[in-house]
Design a protein around this ligand. Structure first.
Ligand SMILES: C[S@@+](CC[C@H](N)C(=O)[O-])C[C@H]1O[C@@H](n2cnc3c(N)ncnc32)[C@H](O)[C@@H]1O
Length: 214
């Protein structure tokens, strides 16, 4: 059904479709091309990491009814993959952009349209495992602490939080790729994004005083 996708839900620019959430700095499109890119990127990451997660969560994955949250789930690639591999767990994918409804949605997957910075619409201590990958363009430097506070609020005591962000350093770029990369970087920096956030994740978690590193 298309009814969720009212025109004001999106902005369009140069033939690409974007979210229309006020105050959300995330600059990438959310159209079909972008969803294809995210799927491709997911399988590339799974191949590189040889798994879909690094946290020691096998006990969670074998507990029927365990709840997992995929923050900024994008096209749902990670969620769908996990929900298919571990059919007894409940996976919730949250994003500011609507998920393209598909016939392939696994049974125990639920999508929630929400902005992390306005509060994750779940009670405290709901999730056994929270996974957040590639959200470095989603929050400004000043917003990261509140975003982490919100993830921690909905994580169960004893639960696991996995954050995965890339280093912005690319090597051996050709001149055109370098121009595109520099333009993209300067755009997100202007929006207040912290391209080096991958170096600060540990500090953000340490500041919570609640985490043990694995
Ligand atoms: C680069 S994509 C990564 C998608 C997915 N995590 C993956 O690895 O395939 C970032 C996603 O974060 C979402 N996002 C950006 N800002 C957000 C916010 N404030 N709250 C929730 N989702 C957000 C975007 O809409 C986008 O789908």
């Amino acid at each position: 059904m298309e009814s969720e996708n009212t025109p004001s839900e999106f902005k369009f620019h140069d033939g690409r479709r974007y979210h229309n959430v006020e105050n959300a700095v995330y600059p990438m499109p959310n159209d079909e091309n972008e969803q294809d890119r995210l799927h491709f990127q997911h399988f590339l990451m799974r191949y590189l990491m040889q798994n879909n997660f690094s946290a020691p969560i096998n006990h969670i994955l074998t507990t029927p009814g365990a709840k997992i949250l995929d923050v900024g789930c994008g096209a749902g690639s990670w969620s769908f993959d996990m929900a298919t591999t571990y059919p007894n767990i409940e996976i919730y994918g949250l994003d500011i952009s609507p998920l393209q409804l598909t016939n392939t949605k696994p049974k125990k997957f639920t999508f929630i349209k929400a902005n992390v910075l306005e509060g994750i619409p779940f009670e405290d201590s709901t999730f056994d495992f929270i996974y957040q990958r590639f959200l470095s363009y989603a929050y400004t430097k000043d917003e990261w602490s509140s975003a982490i506070n919100e993830l921690v609020r909905v994580l169960k005591p004893g639960g696991f939080l996995e954050l995965m962000e890339p280093s912005p350093s690319l090597f051996d770029l050709g001149p055109i790729a370098k121009r595109i990369w520099d333009a993209q970087s300067s755009l997100v920096i202007q929006r207040g994004v912290d391209l080096e956030v991958y170096q600060r994740l540990e500090e953000y978690l340490q500041n919570q005083g609640l985490f043990r590193k694995y």
